[in-house]
Design a binder for this molecule. Structure first.
Ligand SMILES: Cc1ncc(COP(=O)(O)O)c(C=O)c1O
Length: 391
């Protein structure tokens, strides 16, 4: 199995960057963003991609994606305005939040966003009033308990209501153009996609019988990045999805909304040990980034981050890792095996670009972790390229 290489700093790059910048420090590789986007495009050649910027809205990522011709999945007026501020046309956005705010709909009208998703009748009325004639996709619910983050707990119409809702949208003057789903985030098997495509085909047929000619299928996000516990072959998964799209949706426009896959492997965190303690026989390490910062994904994304210390040693101990704030909730990992650490030691956290800095706060007055671009600092400090093939 050929694995896609991804961005991971070497020990010497970590040490040099820590010496030249304060830690915590996030390092973003725009080359990796490009590799990830091209990988999806190569393996799903018919798909039009809308980057789900909620995963990481760093301006440099948005600019890079825009430059490469991508479109964008937006969830709020703030995201629409950010993209509009970068000169990105509303044509290249889909408002893919099934429940829209008044401000969000106003921003659509202002920025020319004419594509949106919905999963209930109240939303039909809201869209028809604020954005008459908009192109709308009905989001249906699928059950996928194997997803790392199951978004179907909150969104998606019952499958049997799908065509009725599309008809209601058409009757309200909207362009009822298609359907969409989200299998849940970090899905490591093809089955959930294939099951969702089976249901999609049924809805397309049912809609046709009801006089609706659907032309768009949006297969959402969920594409996985390498992670700690499960091995999978994304190329194989996408191959199966692509074959099914060819078989059942040959004349349909296919869209997707990848978030995690685009940015997840493109960012590395360098964090320092700032405190050490022994409490009730347990070793505690305090880091300069925490749950209220880049590690916010531990809570919001239920993510288990890898920690690399570069320290050699036969002895491994079980330790608790906590963040820098005064809050006792600010604990990231318990019972983590590690070589013994000391104040001043550096830790590298690879593949931490998705749902991490995006949900970081400035709680306790700690500023958000600075993000530098790898390709810039690499040139500035004469650093060696940094790629790994497994997390
Ligand atoms: C509507 C929608 N599309 C796309 C995404 C991106 O999903 P992922 O990061 O799993 O690719 C999300 C994530 O929450 C979402 O809610």
């Amino acid at each position: 199995m050929k694995r896609q290489p991804f961005f991971q700093l070497t020990q010497s790059a970590v040490e040099q960057l820590a010496a030249n910048f304060d830690t915590p420090l996030l390092v973003l590789s725009l080359d990796q963003i490009e590799r990830n986007y091209r990988f999806l495009k190569t393996n799903l050649p018919r798909v039009k991609f809308y980057y789900a910027m909620k995963a990481n809205p760093d301006m440099r990522i948005l600019e890079k994606m825009a430059e490469m011709g991508a479109s964008f999945d937006v969830a709020s007026d703030g995201e629409i305005k950010t993209l509009a501020g970068l000169g990105i046309d509303g044509e290249r956005m889909i408002y893919a939040n099934p429940i829209k705010t008044t401000a969000g709909l106003k921003a659509c009208a202002y920025a020319g966003v004419n594509k949106m998703t919905f999963d209930n009748i109240a939303e039909v009325e809201k869209m028809a009033k604020a954005c008459p004639g908009a192109t709308v996709l009905l989001r249906f619910r699928i059950d996928n308990s194997s997803a790392h983050v199951d978004l179907n707990k909150k969104f998606g119409a019952a499958r049997q209501d799908a065509v009725g809702l599309l008809k209601a949208a058409k009757d309200a003057g909207l362009d009822a153009a298609g359907i969409c789903f989200h299998v849940g985030s970090q899905v490591m098997f093809a089955d959930p996609y294939l099951q969702a495509l089976d249901i999609s085909r049924e809805i397309f047929e049912e809609a046709k019988a009801a006089g609706l000619n659907l032309r768009i299928l949006d297969i959402g996000g969920g594409f996985p990045i390498p992670e700690l516990k499960v091995n999978f072959n994304l190329q194989e998964i996408l191959g199966q999805v692509n074959a099914r799209l060819e078989e059942d949706f040959a004349n349909v426009e296919i869209w997707a909304e990848p978030g995690r896959f685009i940015c997840g492997t493109a960012m590395n965190l360098i964090t320092s040990v700032i405190g050490v303690n022994e409490r009730n026989g347990q070793t505690w390490y305090f880091l300069d980034d925490g749950l209220y910062g880049t590690f916010s994904g531990v809570i919001f994304d239920q993510w288990d981050y890898k920690l690399i210390s570069f320290k050699e040693g036969d002895e491994e101990i079980e330790a608790t890792f906590a963040g820098p704030s005064c809050d006792s909730l600010d604990i990231m990992f318990r019972g983590r095996m590690t070589v013994p650490l000391e104040v001043g030691d550096l830790l590298l956290v690879p593949a931490c670009g998705a749902y991490s800095s995006a949900s970081a706060t400035v709680f306790n007055g700690f500023r958000k972790t600075q993000i530098v671009v790898w390709e810039d600092v690499k040139a500035e400090f004469g650093l060696k390229d940094a790629l790994a093939t497994a997390v």
